[in-house]
Design a protein around this ligand. Structure first.
Ligand code: XIL
Length: 369
């Protein structure tokens, strides 16, 4: 894999971005819009615009994808899309494999990206020894502690933050999973306690996050549950155990918050003393390819995410969950026909959403929404 900076790839991206069709049909008005989203985010006072990377996915085999991903002016942060998850890192109890995750760390460091580490405790992508083991509360808590501690020590300060617990809420209840069944609701606070203890013992400065989807809507039952039961629940054990909340922001063109809603909920998390990240942004169209109306709605949603983050001091940045439709985890075959959620279409053609991101970071009106 070539890691050196490739001007041709960036030029291709810039050309693609400047050729983005707008609703009014005018290409020239936006020709000077910068595709350097991360630089725009930093200019606007934020820490990053980032993009996840799965080194086991097809995107990693695309030279153009990687050349663009590598460009630190475009993406200044990353999240391993899969490779730090439990099934990859501890496939057998006590046997750790960091090979793929270490590759992402190396790529991030070589390209000057902050790393959002993801994740330690989640219902999904668990190895079978966890899901089918015969556990007592004590033995599962010990296995969880060992996983958390080993991961935190291995990655140390190469992580800016860790998603300690992922998606522990479903609607207004705890997600049903092995940890809930065996340990009970306290597993969430226990995971944060173990993570905090590992960070303290290692002298690391990594920030500990709770990460979830559908928590971007003020007043929603799930949002309220996460605030009252999960975030306040962990803080009731010790406010030092948690530093932030990740709003995944997996949206669709017909269901996404406004910029004002994003700002309102981000401020609510900030008021709990937490840093806020938009961690996995993508916006699916109801059918593929997106029609003109959906493209405009998609642009509006990306614009809202960035504008909402900009409005709140403690929102540090925005990360997209991939940037080219053909490599997205949301493919129509497995999502009731929904798909094409990224800012670039297949074959790296810029969509209106790419301009919307630049416009939002630049603080100018959305011309394509
Ligand atoms: C997704 C990956 O992108 C897919 O490749 C994988 O098959 C399933 O997981 N919430 C999260 C992410 O926190 O880890 C998920 O990533 C998407 C939903």
């Amino acid at each position: 894999m070539q890691l050196t900076f490739n001007l041709a790839a960036v030029a291709a991206l810039a050309a693609a971005a400047s050729a983005t069709p707008t609703k009014t049909g005018s290409l020239s008005a936006r020709a000077s819009l910068s595709p350097y989203y991360h630089d725009l985010a930093v200019d606007a006072g934020k820490q990053w615009f980032g993009c996840a990377l799965d080194t086991t996915g097809a995107e990693y085999q695309s030279d153009l994808y990687m050349q663009i991903w590598n460009d630190s002016r475009i993406f200044g942060s990353t999240t391993p899309g899969n490779t730090q998850k439990w099934m990859y890192t501890e496939p057998q109890q006590g046997v750790f494999d960091f090979s793929q995750a270490d590759l992402t760390v190396q790529l991030a460091q070589q390209t000057g990206k902050k790393l959002r580490c993801h994740n330690l405790v989640w219902s999904s992508q668990l190895p079978s020894w966890v899901t089918s083991g015969s556990w007592t509360a004590d033995t599962l808590a010990a296995a969880m502690k060992n996983h958390i501690t080993t991961m935190i020590n291995h990655f140390g300060d190469s992580c800016y933050s860790w998603d300690v617990v992922n998606e522990a809420a479903s609607g207004d209840a705890f997600t049903d999973n092995i940890f809930l069944q065996v340990i009970g609701e306290n597993y969430v606070a226990m995971a944060f306690m173990y993570a905090y203890q590992a960070v303290q013992a290692g002298g690391y400065s990594v920030k500990l996050f709770y990460n979830d989807y559908g928590i971007e809507f003020p007043g929603d039952p799930k949002t309220n549950f996460v605030i009252n039961k999960i975030l306040r629940g962990v803080q009731a054990w010790d406010p030092a155990y948690i530093q932030g909340v990740g709003m995944e922001s997996h949206w669709s063109t017909d269901y996404h918050p406004s910029a004002e809603q994003v700002a309102t909920i981000a401020q609510a998390y900030a008021d709990l003393g937490l840093e806020v990240h938009i961690t996995e942004l993508d916006v699916a169209c109801p059918t593929v390819p997106c029609d003109a109306a959906a493209l405009a709605q998609q642009a509006d949603a990306y614009y809202a995410a960035v504008k909402g983050c900009l409005a709140v001091d403690k929102c540090a940045g925005v990360t997209v969950w991939g940037f080219v439709d053909q490599f997205s985890w949301i493919q129509p075959e497995s999502n009731d026909g929904k798909g094409d959620p990224c800012i670039f279409a297949d074959n790296f053609v810029a969509k209106p959403a790419s301009s919307a991101v630049s416009e939002a970071w630049s603080g100018i009106a959305c011309d394509v929404c």
